[in-house]
Design a protein around this ligand. Structure first.
Ligand code: GLN
Length: 301
């Protein structure tokens, strides 16, 4: 395993064509696009890494996986009255289908759906309490305390969140947001600004494995469902292509991270800040393709 990760970091990780930084969030445009890291936390408790696996990065939309798990814990199946379970075939921040579908977002991983999940997580609590619960969940999944929110990224994102505010107002007009857009966006931008290292993310991802000595934070059925949603919706309108190339459930973020789950085997995380046209890590996707091709892990046997 170690040799494979080192080889991937030395080949894919050094590619010249590295994709484009997410410059619509000014703070993310400052990151060095030369970074690359890959980590694997196996079901039997081992951890392997190569590259910059101990440098924290902004997890961005990967936070949607943790928030979904917590929101389901809070309201259970009632969440599915407010958000769907179908891929959208649209960009992560698209408003297009919200009008046709009367303020019900297609799935919890596009921005509109994640705002509903954040609203659910909030309930009647203060944003600070909801964010503390989220950090507690992630820290216990990773079994690491040193995981924090980067306030500069959160406020940079909040300053430029016009589209996300538009989504929130639009859904609220259909009665699909309990809290004010200000409260929901304050929570959402902070959840996206959580920073983790590649190692921490792989360790935290083990909560979605169903075997081994894993942190048992959610039920088996919920793990199966969250993994299914990651497979079908985790890379937005690039989900089909990612499934074709990699064959494992995964969730990306515009910070350039991808969390990938190989059921029964382990959790993998990759980080390279440059993005492809779908807003997913370009080299991260290529690295995962190389990884699964070599190691043969797949949900398809
Ligand atoms: N915070 C980002 C946004 O709302 C998250 C998007 C992403 O990571 N795909 O635009």
């Amino acid at each position: 395993m170690q040799d494979l990760l080192t080889e991937i970091a030395d080949t894919v990780g050094r590619s010249e064509e590295r994709g484009k930084l997410a410059d619509y969030i000014p703070e993310l445009a400052k990151i060095d696009p030369g970074h690359f890291a890959i980590s694997v936390a196996t079901a039997d408790g081992s951890l392997f890494s190569a590259g910059d696996a101990r440098i924290p990065f902004s997890i961005q939309s990967i936070s949607k996986v943790f928030v979904l798990a917590l929101a389901l814990g809070r309201v259970g199946e009632a969440l599915w009255k407010r958000v769907g379970r179908e891929p959208s075939g649209q960009a992560f921040n698209s408003i297009l289908l919200l009008e046709r579908e009367k303020g019900i977002p297609r799935n919890p991983f596009i921005n509109a759906g994640a705002l509903v999940a954040a609203d659910t997580l909030l309930g009647a609590a203060a944003p600070g309490e909801a964010l503390s619960a989220l950090l507690r969940f992630i820290r216990s999944a990773a079994d690491q305390d040193d995981i924090h929110i980067n306030e500069a990224v959160a406020s940079s994102e909040l300053d430029t969140a016009d589209r996300n505010f538009a989504l929130a107002h639009y859904m609220r007009s259909y009665g699909n947001l309990e809290n004010s857009p200000d409260r929901v966006l304050g929570t959402y931008c902070h959840q996206c600004a959580i920073e983790m290292t590649c190692e921490q993310l792989a360790l935290a991802g083990r909560f979605l494995l169903d075997t081994g000595e894993m942190p048992h934070l959610v039920s088996r059925e919920r793990k199966r469902r969250i993994n299914s949603l990651m497979m079908t919706c985790g890379q937005y309108d690039g989900s089909g292509d990612f499934a074709f190339r990699v064959g494992l459930p995964a969730k990306s973020g515009v910070g350039g991270g991808i969390l990938v789950i190989a059921p029964g085997r382990g959790a993998i995380s990759v980080w390279s800040p440059g993005l492809n046209s779908y807003g997913n890590s370009k080299l991260g996707t290529e690295a995962m393709e190389a990884f699964t091709r070599k190691i043969g892990w797949s949900v398809f046997g």
